[in-house]
Design a binder for this molecule. Sequence first.
Ligand code: SF4
Ligand code: SF4
Length: 404
Amino acid sequence: MEKKGKSISRRSFLGRSAAGILGTGLGLAASGAAAGHDEATDDAQKPKIKGYRTLGRTGYKVSDIAFGNAGMQDCSLLEYAMDRGINYVDTARQYYDMEKVIGQIFPQKRDKLFVTTKLEPELFTPSTTEEQIQTAIEESLKRLNTDHIDCCLIHSVGDPNLGGPERIQNPAIVKAFTKAKKAGKIRFWGASSHGPKMLEDFQWLLDNTDIDMIMPGMNILTRGLDPVLVKARSLNVAVVAMKTLSAAKKIDYSKYMKEGRTARQGLIKWMLAQPNIDTISLSMRTFDDIDEYLAVSGDPKLSSREENLLTGYASLLDKDYCRPGCDGCLDACPHGVPIHDILRYRLYFNNYGREKYAMGLYSSLPEEKKASRCVDCVGDCVGSCPFGLEIKTKLSLAHNELTV
Ligand code: SF4
Ligand code: SF4
């Protein structure tokens, strides 16, 4: 990986093991071979990254679409993405064994990837010590099988479940990251969030620290992020968008997208066109996902028809989608039901195809905080959502869906 205006060199991996692909059961290479196609020709026709962007003050040139996949169990998807020009991978200590799986392709391919990982959210409290943060960095280095992390993030700032702003205002954080930088263990540091108070915490970090990267949850339906994004841009702090597709439900998009694009591609193009983001981290769970997303790399221009179609799509979801980074209903329930969290679990269930994960999160809530209590409630939360979501109704649906 080179920096300062040069793209990383990208080798052809045409000789890469087809078994890696076949091992996943998708058989993309096998179907081509069975049809008598030349494998190399098929590979050359696959979508590839066409846009590389400078990642803020890090100076690295990274693909405009980055690889994410919490819970990834083998590296064939990542290698397939790298074959197609992706040179940025996003992971976290909390993403099950994803760090270890990435580590399987190191040290050989270490210089081909810009690696971000996130330390566990619970690590950061008002009393966390420098040593605890350094130990966590060492653990991630070991799991990643590398001697340095390109950017190390605080995971989930702005989450009131984990505490107030004092948890990220702990001076030990900056001291620990500064020492780790000097020791060459991390090159940059930052913070990620899709929590209700993310704007406040990002703003504080931008105003009061030398933070190098922010990673906000944002998409066509989120609002209010511009001041933070503009501030980050003015400081040349890298901005990596996530949750770009979290509003993309498993519905028939075809009447909205008849331009040869899928709705997900439209949403990615919309994000690529935003002036204050550097790259987009997308969860890639299949080879088809990768092909679909990369087909719009380097293509941030929406036609007016595409814009109209996306606007129609967004309006369809407007009163249905609970936004990342919104605190509109944070104090609306006198019984302490975590509205935002439960609606997010419902999103995982319905939009991400992560039913078991969503049900597990919901089942871990104390009984008195579950949405079962909404049934007989007068509904103090009604009308508290500035986007018009019918919270009480949606929570009742969530309870039914998320309960075994
Ligand atoms: S329900 Fe409405 S107010 Fe509450 S977090 Fe979601 S979008 Fe914001
Ligand atoms: S319906 Fe009642 S219990 Fe449920 S979130 Fe609203 S105020 Fe809380």
